[in-house]
Write a protein that binds this ligand. Structure first.
Ligand SMILES: Cc1cc2nc3c(=O)[nH]c(=O)nc-3n(C[C@H](O)[C@H](O)[C@H](O)COP(=O)(O)OP(=O)(O)OC[C@H]3O[C@@H](n4cnc5c(N)ncnc54)[C@H](O)[C@@H]3O)c2cc1C
Length: 445
């Protein structure tokens, strides 16, 4: 049996940074990362396999990073966990650990819709061969239906449309696509953009069944309407893969994820968990959070990896920051939306600024941007931000996330010292996040 100081199960967004962090903090320890797949996909790049990138083979995480950090790789499936004797039984050799990190990720949710088991219906599984089989099915497809209009659904829709499929339809049960993370004005803008790119949107529509003779031919909606479909993609969400933890009788949360504390420690002192398989709590109220993102997985991994032989870091909970892009329209969100904040009972001030991303507005690459900030009225603390515009949105929203995490006030934002340039940013005179904060302060008086 192999004996290793630190074992990580999982080789993706959580497992790799957990192993690297462990190496940085514990240089004299032996580290082994076990994963079941030969080749690991970049999970967030999966939609782009179907259009822009063109193949799962071009969307892989290189193993060099493990080698460089003196991390042994064992490609094997972990079959069981014996926490008393600290032994993992695998499809290869068995491994004994001193500290263990579970980074086993998630699996797609399959809603109780009759017909989901038909040929041509695909949940999004993070596996190279499986995704190649979806690509194969799409080659002759004329009608594709995407169930779920979250960021995965819209990215899939646009990429599949780009690949030449004639009819691509998103069916979303909520009133708008993306409405779990953006306020309506942002969602509507993205829906109109998708429509302008030839994608059909059916929001506020519920799929009740999938019909066909063994192979899907129709998606049936509540009310009886049906949509032709050669291929159906499910972009509905993911659930924690906590099989090993359950079998080892580690504590699980109500939603079935591996229960962890703020140090990412499980109910066993020698076992940590991070990423999609682990429980999450909201930064705002400490309540359970359903968010599953690669960026969350990596920050949790940096906590787990550092804490293995002594607590050094703790999680403040998930702020909830992420972005998406369709063609030249990018959108980012951090923290609470206006709808979420009102529902949670916050007394808020919201301010929105429309501006250009360049100055003067005639500069090459200039386009309109929208920035919406939310502040708690009594404290002036920023609790949310949404941004729409060009690719810069991806980093602007990260700046806003830092402001939220540091509980900056509108006054702090107004005092923000920005670097600006005509060819790169908005004008310093009307810098959007500063301007939006000023407008909010005016409303607070
Ligand atoms: C299509 C798509 C697009 C996405 N886009 C984004 C995005 O733009 N931004 C973002 O932040 N997030 C995005 N996400 C979410 C992101 O992919 C996940 O949050 C992230 O993959 C979680 O990483 P993880 O390491 O926790 O789990 P996973 O990526 O699920 O990896 C789990 C790992 O554990 C291994 N494993 C599990 N069980 C065993 C076992 N018994 N033995 C051995 N190995 C095992 C698996 O093989 C795998 O290596 C996207 C997700 C999808 C599906």
């Amino acid at each position: 049996m192999k004996k290793v100081d630190i074992v990580i199960v999982g080789g993706s967004a959580a497992g790799i940074p957990a192993a690297i962090t462990a190496r940085r903090h514990y240089q004299d320890k032996t580290i082994c990362l076990i994963r079941k797949e030969e080749r690991v996909l970049i999970p967030c790049g999966i939609p782009y396999i179907f259009g822009t990138v063109g193949s799962p083979d071009k969307n892989l995480i290189p193993d060099g990073v493990l080698e460089k950090n003196d991390i042994e790789l064992l490609v094997a499936e972990v079959l069981s966990l014996d926490k008393e004797n600290k032994i993992l039984k695998t499809s290869g050799e068995d491994v004994q650990y001193d500290r263990l990190v579970l980074a086993c990720g998630s699996e797609p949710v399959a809603p109780p819709i009759p017909g989901l088991d038909m040929d041509g219906v695909f949940p999004v599984v993070k596996d190279v061969n499986y995704l190649s089989s979806i690509q194969e099915s799409l080659k002759d497809a004329k009608d594709v239906v995407i169930i779920g209009g979250g960021f995965i659904g819209i990215e899939f829709a646009d990429e599949i449309k780009k690949s030449g499929v004639q009819n691509v339809t998103i069916v979303e049960i909520a009133p708008h696509c993306l409405s779990l993370a953006y306020d309506d004005e942002f969602c509507i803008e993205m829906e109109n953009h998708l429509i302008s790119r030839g994608i059909n949107i059916m929001s506020g529509a519920k799929v009740v069944s999938i019909a066909g003779e063994g192979t899907v031919d129709t998606v049936v909606l509540e009310g009886g309407k049906s949509i032709p479909a050669d291929v159906v993609i499910l972009g509905i969400g993911a659930k924690a893969n906590s099989d090993l933890a359950r079998q080892a009788e580690l504590e699980l949360s109500a939603d079935g994820a591996v229960a962890v504390d703020r140090n990412m420690k499980t109910s066993d002192d020698s076992i940590f968990a991070c990423g999609d398989c682990a429980t999450k709590v909201s930064f705002f109220n400490g309540r359970p959070s359903a968010l599953k993102l690669a960026s969350i997985a990596t920050f949790e991994a940096r906590i787990a990896g550092a804490n293995l032989f002594g607590i050094k870091r703790e999680s403040v909970g998930t702020v909830g920051v992420w972005s998406t892009a369709v063609g030249d329209l990018a959108m980012g969100t951090a923290g609470l939306t206006e709808a979420m904040a009102r529902q949670a009972g916050y007394d808020i001030v919201a301010s929105t600024v429309d501006s250009s991303n360049r100055h003067p507005g005639g500069m090459p690459g200039a386009r309109g941007t929208k920035t919406k900030l939310l502040f708690e009225r009594s404290s002036g603390v920023i609790i949310g931000g949404q941004v729409m515009g060009d690719v810069a949105v991806g980093e602007v929203i990260n700046t806003l996330s830092a402001c939220i995490q540091k509980k900056m006030t509108a006054e702090d934002l107004v005092m923000f010292q920005t670097g600006t340039h005509p060819a790169l940013t908005a004008s310093p005179i009307v810098y959007p996040m500063v301007n939006a904060a000023e407008l909010a302060i005016a409303q607070m008086k």
